[in-house]
Write a protein that binds this ligand. Structure first.
Ligand SMILES: [Zn+2]
Length: 418
């Protein structure tokens, strides 16, 4: 794995989507951070935020809508907007089906302390299962229902309640180069199609599932028509485009002020108990990314710390080597949810490999269990015959033959986010 080309400053390799290295071997994401730290007039941005909020305040049933997972970024966005502006938000959560017990506790704590209205939506598990398997087959990423639901569903709620102003948390320029800090990011349909939906629309999904779901089942995962959004005069923006995003400081604040608590995550170093703690399929997601791209969350987290001058490159490499790429115990749960064998899982994940990385399953080491694994739901495994039918349809449709495709060689495209 160490033969991948990596940034000379952080440790991100060439298999990261959107990465480009300059003549000094430094990646564009590191360069973007220099821009964030030096070239942005944050006080002017703050005045823009004041003006934006003033435009919409008091005109509708709610001043704004805040999509909310209960993780650190959405909790910070909610906390900041309520405390700094005394705003009246509608807080909306799309439940992907894997919320961990600690996040449920954090949510109750935060909502009660801030005194805000909460709208929670959980889509049908039967639909979610099929979507997970299909997107894993097609893109080597089983989270299509989550990527699309998280960004599309709150917009339907915005239309229904006529709440035009929508605040997301951190801008994607923190992690990737789809957008840069000098162009504030509108969280709109263009962005949705650019890197949220993995290049698969809900209509595509409907066709590929061949009548096993109702068209209406896919509504929560479909971006609403632009004319309906324009009718309410919507604005959908990232709070992090207006105030500098500083994760450790924000985590410290929400812990102190709201009692928000971090948690352990599978195969992530113990110092990062604030990151992606809201989903119990995170370990599987990271493992798949490692199989496809030769790196995962430890590289991502330590690279962020290097850019922010909180960690040396040597320490980052040591942490990465101690945690990255382990087989997570939660993989057994995932396999039962989608009805696959582990051999099929590996075959599918490896077929989506990003060159020049090539995964070697024989070197895999088992990762440790996290404390709440025994509490994660075992309900609702997919029947093997249903999984097989879906697998067969995919093989027939995409390749006209019975085997899975051979590993691809040039799939470093800016459509996948995992
Ligand atoms: Zn870099």
């Amino acid at each position: 794995m160490n033969d991948l080309k990596r940034c000379a400053r952080c440790i991100t390799p060439e298999t990261q989507e959107t990465i480009v290295f300059d003549e000094h071997g430094v990646c564009n994401i590191c360069r973007q951070h220099e821009f964030k730290q030096s070239a942005i007039d944050w006080s002017a941005r703050k005045r823009d935020l004041d003006a934006l909020i003033a435009t919409y305040r008091g005109k509708h049933e709610y001043d704004c809508l805040i999509p909310f997972s209960g993780g650190k970024d959405s909790t910070w966005a909610l906390y900041y907007l309520v405390k700094e502006y005394g705003i009246k938000p509608l807080v909306v959560r799309f439940d992907h089906g894997f919320l961990r017990p600690g996040v449920q506790e954090n949510t109750a704590r935060v909502l009660r302390q801030l005194g805000v209205d909460f709208h929670h939506f959980t889509p049908s598990w039967k639909v979610v299962q099929k979507l997970m398997l299909q997107s894993f087959l097609e893109k080597g990423d089983f989270c299509w229902h989550c990527h699309t639901g998280i960004f599309a569903y709150p917009m339907w709620v915005a239309i229904r309640y006529e709440v035009p102003l929508v605040f997301w948390g951190e801008p994607s320029a923190e992690y990737t180069a789809y957008y840069s800090y000098d162009q504030p990011e509108e969280v709109d349909e263009k962005r949705f199609n650019r890197f949220i939906n993995l290049g698969i629309t809900a209509e595509d999904m409907y066709v590929r599932l061949e009548g096993t779901v109702d068209e209406r089942d896919l509504r929560p995962f479909t971006y609403p028509p632009i004319r309906e959004l324009r009718r309410i005069d919507y604005r959908s923006v990232c709070l992090g485009s207006y105030i500098p995003w500083n994760v450790p400081k924000q985590v410290e604040m929400i812990q102190r002020e709201l009692g928000w608590q971090g948690d352990q995550v599978e195969n992530v170093p113990p110092g990062y108990t604030y990151e992606k703690i809201e989903c119990y399929m995170q370990g599987v997601r990271d493992y798949i990314k490692y199989i496809k791209r030769g790196f995962s969350r430890p590289t991502h987290l330590t690279s962020l710390d290097i850019r922010n001058h909180r960690l040396s490159r040597e320490d980052a490499v040591a942490l990465r080597d101690a945690y990255e790429g382990r087989r997570p115990p939660s993989l057994d749960l995932f396999l039962s949810y989608v009805g696959l064998t582990e051999a099929e899982f590996l075959e599918i994940a490896m077929s989506h490999g990003v060159s020049p990385h090539h995964h070697d399953p024989s070197s895999t080491v088992n990762g440790g269990e996290v404390h709440d694994l025994h509490l994660w739901s075992r309900h609702g495994g997919m029947a093997r015959k249903d999984a097989e039918a879906q697998l067969t349809r995919w093989r027939r449709r995409s390749h006209g033959r019975e085997e899975a495709p051979a590993p691809q060689s040039d799939v470093k495209q800016p459509t996948a986010t995992s």
